[in-house]
Design a protein around this ligand. Structure first.
Ligand SMILES: [Zn+2]
Length: 91
């Protein structure tokens, strides 16, 4: 069975629109490495960013820029939520 996962901001109730089938563990690793903060910093440059293996959907760069200071979790299309138990590896 397929399950599509996304980055989701709990503060704004907004998602990045990634719709990544079975992407839960990859998105958790992204959160764990402070990917949101890193991509937010890149958003000031003339670059685009996508995660290897993810579908070309949503807008990761804009999502990270807007929600990097918020509570971002990994959420499935069915509402299942995965959160980190550790602090991000890179502050
Ligand atoms: Zn937000």
């Amino acid at each position: 069975m397929s399950t599509h996962w996304d980055l989701h901001c709990k503060d704004c109730n907004a998602g990045a629109g990634l719709r990544w089938n079975h992407g839960d563990q990859d998105l958790l690793k992204f959160l764990q490495g402070n990917g949101v903060g890193i991509v937010a910093r890149l958003s000031a440059l003339e670059v685009d960013v996508m995660l290897v293996g993810s579908p070309k959907e949503g807008n990761l760069l804009a999502f990270c820029a807007e929600h990097s200071a918020h509570r971002v979790v990994v959420r499935s299309e069915y509402g299942d939520v995965l959160t980190l138990t550790e602090q991000p590896a890179i502050p």
